[in-house]
Design a protein around this ligand. Structure first.
Ligand SMILES: C[S@@+](CC[C@H](N)C(=O)[O-])C[C@H]1O[C@@H](n2cnc3c(N)ncnc32)[C@H](O)[C@@H]1O
Length: 234
């Protein structure tokens, strides 16, 4: 009888030990996986102004297809739009031509050097419809309820706290306004390092949390980037 109890106790101890080993391994796996995800999602690094020539590469139009982007977004004369994370102003100047004198482009960036570059390129040009905005990491500093369209071209992955940031972008949109996010896909041969690229579904999920619904998903329109269009959820 005592022998049987002893054997039962030993087997119970073995099972308990095994259970603990499995539980700890599972916990460790989850955390290592989550750690990798966080590293992949948010690098906390800004695109350096020293790399502006990459943004202004004359070959860029061929794969970036800016006119197609603006057509899909139906950017028209008289509209108010924002180029959030404008960088060197590559898209800003194209938007400015599209919206014309009755429209306005808010070109925002958190690096003064980027805005200085845009300012310089606009010198001696008769352009009066661009407002340069020095924003900060958590606030796009855009006028409330003013925008038809806000565009984040290769910028979203640099935003440290995207859900809160995008909630503020939402406040700047008109009720029928749109928000576009373009980011390099994993299989693109050019773009930021793989670990800082963001999976499409992750971006869609974060935008949902910020109060947006997906309107259009263009995965193959551009060769290197996905292109998502959102509307504010009611
Ligand atoms: C990779 S560059 C892209 C520039 C431009 N959109 C283009 O495609 O040519 C990203 C830019 O976003 C800016 N940026 C990063 N976080 C930002 C934020 N929270 N608000 C505004 N700009 C931001 C960076 O300073 C940088 O100029």
């Amino acid at each position: 009888m005592t022998l049987r109890i002893q054997i039962m106790n030993q087997s119970l101890k073995r099972n308990l030990k095994m259970f603990l080993i499995l539980a700890v391994s599972f916990y460790l796996c989850i955390n290592v996986y989550a750690g990798e995800e966080i590293k992949r999602e948010r690098p906390g690094k800004l695109f350096s102004p020293s790399k502006i020539p990459l943004l202004e590469d004359p070959a860029r139009d061929k794969w970036q297809k800016p006119e197609e982007i603006l057509n899909v977004l139906d950017i028209k004369k008289g509209q108010f739009v924002a180029d959030i994370g404008a960088g060197s102003g590559y898209l800003t100047v194209k938007l400015s031509e599209r919206v014309g004198a009755a429209g306005r482009v808010y070109a925002t960036d958190i690096q003064q050097e980027m805005l200085d570059y845009i300012n310089k390129r606009l010198n001696n040009k008769e352009v009066n419809n661009i407002t340069l905005v020095l924003s900060n990491m958590d606030d796009p500093k855009l006028p409330a309820g003013s925008l038809d369209t806000a565009i984040l071209l290769s910028t979203y992955h640099e935003i440290a706290r995207p859900v809160d940031f995008i909630k503020k972008v939402k406040l700047a949109l008109k009720p029928q306004g749109k928000l576009a996010v373009l980011e390099f896909s994993d299989d693109s041969p050019i773009g930021p390092p793989l670990q800082v690229r963001l999976p499409e579904d992750l971006v869609i999920n974060e935008l949902k949390q910020a109060g947006f619904s997906l309107l259009q998903r263009h995965t193959f329109l551009l060769p290197y980037q996905y292109f998502l269009i959102f509307a504010p959820s009611r």
